[in-house]
Design a protein around this ligand. Structure first.
Ligand SMILES: *Cc1c(COP(=O)(O)O)cnc(C)c1O
Length: 299
């Protein structure tokens, strides 16, 4: 059902050669077409816990284009859970493709005004939720909780094993991924050795994400940094970004989305080309998925 471990693939280009860098991409986008990337990592132990608590309905939150909503809807369909998606804002019909997909998976979609959504206060919706409260397991927006972090630590375990078995390489020095809530980078950073560093590329237009993560997760090591990679704001694009994504596809046959992984990869190669990484470094970039919802290639 899920392709795990996800493949680890080597990338070479003019910059890796110029700076003598070993670069690998962790293809979490290939875990599942719809439950892709870090969304499965984050759901895995949430669903395990729900099952353990005998709860058969997953309730979660997201915006109208949320990868987390589509992934949760599909994972629940595949694994036999009912699902309820609380969507920020008003309902628009016809549904956009992401929400239509979620509905087709059997997810009950309910809309919450921004004020209540901010506090995740679902009281205006209780009448519409027919499921017995005792059967509901709540996963926070973006899947950002301790079970999600636990799932994301496994990215590092898989990479370590694959570097050893497939590339006879013992260690990596840097690991990079796109960050929204920062849950994925938190799980990764928790599982690093002392000499390894993680870099998150924040796609949101604020510079407090690292502080937020550190205060939310007290036992986290301070072994990660945050780079701004928002290109003007969440889901905003620039012609240069879109061109980069097209070129990356032509060269590597790997699709990046323009909300997360395209921005991360662009900003990463920008750092690489400016000599940020010491030569002989081994670097892993994580493809966190999210391609299905990016319709860039449907032109
Ligand atoms: C949701 C998502 C992210 C953000 O992950 P966080 O754990 O919230 O930081 C990154 N990349 C893709 C493709 C995503 O869908």
């Amino acid at each position: 059902m899920f392709q795990l471990p996800s493949p680890l693939q080597k990338i070479e280009n003019e910059w890796t050669k110029k700076f003598d860098i070993q670069l690998y991409i962790k293809r979490d986008d290939l875990i599942h077409a719809a439950v892709s990337g870090n969304k499965w990592r984050k759901l895995k132990y949430n669903l395990t816990q729900a099952k353990y608590e005998n709860k058969n309905t997953i309730l979660t939150f997201g915006g109208a284009y949320s990868n987390h909503i589509t992934a949760t809807a599909k994972a629940c369909e595949l694994l036999g859970f009912n699902s309820i998606g609380i969507i920020r804002g008003e309902a628009y019909f016809p549904l956009n493709k992401s929400l239509q997909f979620a509905a087709d998976c059997g997810m009950q979609l309910l809309y919450l005004d921004r004020e209540h959504y901010r506090n995740k206060n679902i009281s205006p919706l209780l009448e519409q939720i027919e499921t017995n409260e005792a059967a509901i397991f709540i996963v926070p927006e973006g899947g950002a909780n301790e079970y999600a972090i636990q799932g994301c630590t496994e990215i590092v375990d898989e990479i370590n094993q694959q570097l050893m078995e497939n590339y006879s390489t013992k260690n990596f020095d840097f690991i990079c991924c796109a960050s929204g809530t920062g849950t994925t980078i938190a799980g990764i950073s928790m599982n690093l050795r002392a000499d390894q560093k993680a870099i998150g590329f924040s796609v949101l237009k604020h510079d407090t994400l690292k502080q937020e993560i550190l205060s939310r997760i007290p036992n986290l090591k301070d072994n990660f940094s945050m780079q701004a990679a928002h290109f003007g704001g969440y889901a905003k694009t620039t012609p240069a970004l879109l061109q980069f994504i097209r070129d990356f596809y032509k060269t590597n046959n790997i699709i990046l989305d323009y909300v997360y992984t395209g921005k991360m990869m662009y900003a990463f190669f920008d750092m690489l080309s400016k000599g940020f990484f010491p030569s002989k470094s081994t670097i892993v970039v994580v493809h966190t998925g999210g391609v299905m919802n990016a319709n860039l290639f449907e032109e």
